[in-house]
Design a protein around this ligand. Structure first.
Ligand code: COA
Length: 174
């Protein structure tokens, strides 16, 4: 860390990121699409603390990283690669709603994918996306992810069960 992703820089979180993180995950425009409801400032502080704790575990199995703009250190989003199984990981990401449509999620996801297949030696990366989340599906498809199927009642979020579409990318496909 950090990982240079062109228009973003992925780095570990610090307590100084609280305002930025609270603005992202306290916003229903963002969490509407996530597996958890909007969180208040305390919830944002807990998320940062958990990410910082996970970063200290050796060997590291979770890379929950802040996505900062290249010219400023402010956090505009985040990406997460969570290792599990054999050379496998789950990918997730979110971007502050005011910055959507500018390629930040693509840059964040691409950087994590390259890190995963490169430095971490992964074989398979998956991402679970709400069936209506066309923006996220577009990001994954652009990176070469393929749909695998539908996970029924995969998450309980925003007061209801929600299916997910599972996408995957294998090491020889990226
Ligand atoms: C999904 C998300 C991360 C995308 O972030 P972003 O920075 O806007 O993504 P990018 O700019 O890299 O790419 C967005 C793509 O969606 C497309 N898009 C934008 N608005 C769209 C819409 N209403 N319907 C379909 N596609 C749309 C864009 O055109 C772009 O594709 P293109 O470059 O091929 O044209 C962001 O919307 C977000 O944080 N959503 C809430 C959290 C979330 O869904 N996380 C992913 C959970 S699986």
């Amino acid at each position: 860390m950090p990982l240079d992703g062109g228009k973003v820089r992925l780095r570990d979180f610090s307590e100084n990121d609280l305002d930025d993180v609270a603005a992202i995950i306290g916003d229903d425009r963002v969490t509407h699409w996530l597996a958890f409801d909007s969180r208040n400032r305390e919830g944002a502080a807990s998320m940062i603390a958990a990410a910082m704790d996970a970063a200290r575990i050796v060997p590291r199995t979770e890379f929950y990283l802040a996505s900062a703009g290249s010219s400023t250190d402010r956090v505009i989003g985040f990406g997460r690669l969570a290792l599990g199984g054999i050379r496998s990981a789950k990918l997730g990401y979110a971007i502050h709603a005011d910055h959507w449509g500018q390629g930040y999620a693509t840059a964040t996801a691409r950087t994590l994918v390259e890190f995963g297949f490169g430095e971490l030696g992964l074989h398979r990366i998956t991402a679970a996306v709400g069936p209506e989340n066309q923006r996220s599906a577009r990001v994954l498809e652009r990176l070469g992810f393929r749909p695998e199927g539908r996970l029924r009642d995969h998450v309980h979020t925003n007061g209801a069960w929600r299916d997910s579409l599972l996408y995957s990318l294998l090491e020889h496909e990226h």
